[in-house]
Design a protein around this ligand. Structure first.
Ligand code: GDP
Ligand code: IMO
Ligand code: MG
Length: 421
């Protein structure tokens, strides 16, 4: 059984929570793209874990894998392993495997990310984790791989070739070229520690699937941040849609059994880029305050708005979801009326699907349907029938409008605050 979970909006949909909730039923949980730009929150047994690289199945017995489609900052990984150890969760090489080909985020990638962003007249609002520049080097075939930092000679040889162009690029952007050769000793130290974790992720997963084991692929970011299909240029640098799990982990598409989309009962976005239903008013403040909408990685306030049906329709196409998990329904409590964006008005035309271009999406005026809200606290609901009538109506209408079944409903950050509809 191979299940893929992705975010259906602009990230932070609650993927970490849903992966944690499902992880006890899986033998392997794997990250397939992105890096520590991700911030996945797991709330369990009274503790809150903010995970950037380690898959959100870490609290269970599952084997965890970081696939070669990801970009990995080894310092952040070590910090995360230490944080988990402090909380009594040991991440040994038996528990975690990192693919030998995983791209390493070097100090110069982070320097270039921030230098380039500071020079942009129209900002992207990146997380400043060096993600984009690490992927540039993967595509440009100048990457440093996990296997390189585990062997001093390999790393020195790679850097001999790569460092001069990094020095030139950093200098050109007005930065300190010394960064191109900084941190090497520290990376080699970490490389030594991580050597026992190195594995062949594709081989492990294919063997597991052949022997009837269950594998869960955990997406990072969200569909509309996809490098190919998202709202360019306001996107991340990896493919965030479900198909990317196959390429990122080295598993054929015929092996996929389920694709679950995680979607909030409203919408948020961190960083720049179009968000047609954004509410820069007391509704937006309600969603931000009640939903705790501040970036897990950067702490930036998230932009908040009403549920956007056209964007959800596009996500369903791009991912081929078999079902969806609707999260943060509890955050809508106390808002009346509630609004669902059914379609957009663009240059005098009504459209029910997002336009291809970001500047056109930015020009879209949402057409809303008003719905009655509810005031009851729903965070203790454990069954669809526990919800107030108007909350049930909201879910059923969303299902009808997006043409897709909502399998799970989440009404709070805790593991138990979820039910199958
Ligand atoms: P991810 O990046 O998709 O894993 O999401 P984040 O962890 O960045 O952000 C989701 C936030 O919402 C986290 O703080 C979660 O603990 C929290 N959360 C998840 N599901 C729910 C829910 O149903 N209700 C509420 N109130 N919070 C939730
Ligand atoms: P999770 O996995 C929300 C956004 C950044 C920025 C854009 C590009 O927690 O859902 P990058 O650093 O990737 O080059 O930044 O992408 N972004 C995210 N937004 N959730 C995330 O991850 C994100 N990862 C990147 O804010 O707009
Ligand atoms: Mg997040």
């Amino acid at each position: 059984m191979f299940t893929v979970i992705t975010g259906a909006q602009f990230g932070d949909e609650g993927k970490g929570k849903i992966v944690d909730m499902m992880a006890s039923q899986y033998d392997i949980v794997a990250r397939f793209q992105g890096g520590d730009n991700a911030g996945h929150t797991v709330v369990a047994e009274g503790k809150t874990y903010k995970l950037h690289l380690i898959p959100s199945g870490v609290l269970f017995d599952a084997r965890l894998l970081i696939g070669p489609g990801t970009v990995m900052n080894p310092k952040i990984l070590m910090e995360e392993i230490a944080m988990l150890a402090e909380n009594g969760v040991e991440v040994t090489p038996q528990k975690l495997g990192i693919d030998a080909k995983t791209s390493i985020i070097m100090p110069y990638h982070i320097a270039l990310d921030s230098l380039r962003e500071s020079r942009r007249t129209v900002k992207i609002g990146t997380t400043n984790r060096g993600i984009g520049f690490a992927y540039v080097d993967k595509v440009g075939r100048d990457e440093i791989q996990m296997s390189d930092i585990a062997e001093k000679n390999r790393l020195i040889k790679r850097l001999e070739e790569i460092a001069p162009q990094k020095e030139a690029a950093i200098k050109e952007l007005g930065g300190d070229p010394g960064v191109a050769r900084s941190g090497i000793e520290e990376y080699l130290e970490i490389g030594k520690k991580l050597k026992p974790y190195i594995t062949d992720v594709s081989k492990e997963i294919n063997q597991a699937l052949k022997s009837g084991k269950k594998v869960l692929a955990e997406g990072a970011q969200g569909t509309h941040l996809d490098i190919i299909h998202g709202t360019q240029k306001f996107v991340t640098s990896s493919s965030t849609v479900a198909g990317s799990a196959c390429s990122g982990l080295g598993v054929g598409p015929t092996k996929v059994d389920r694709v679950i989309g995680v979607i909030k009962a409203y919408i948020t976005r961190v960083g720049e880029g179009p968000l047609p239903t954004e509410q820069k008013n007391e509704v937006g403040e309600h969603l931000r305050d009640m939903g705790g909408e501040f970036g897990t990685t950067t702490g930036r306030p998230r932009r908040c708005g009403w549920f956007d049906v056209p964007l959800a329709r596009k996500s369903i196409n791009l991912n081929g979801y078999s079902s969806m998990a609707l999260t943060k329904l509890d955050v809508l409590t106390g808002l009346d009326p509630l609004k669902l964006c059914l379609e957009y008005s663009l240059k005098g035309k009504v459209i029910d699907y997002p336009p291809e271009l970001s500047d056109e999406l930015a020009g879209c005026e949402p057409v809303y349907l008003d719905l009655p809200g509810w005031n009851e606290d729903i965070s203790d609901a454990r069954d669809f029938s526990d919800l107030p009538d108007n909350a049930r109506l909201y879910i059923e209408l969303v299902e009808e409008l997006i043409g897709m079944e909502i399998e799970y409903v989440s009404v709070g950050p805790g593991r138990v605050q979820t039910f199958v509809k």
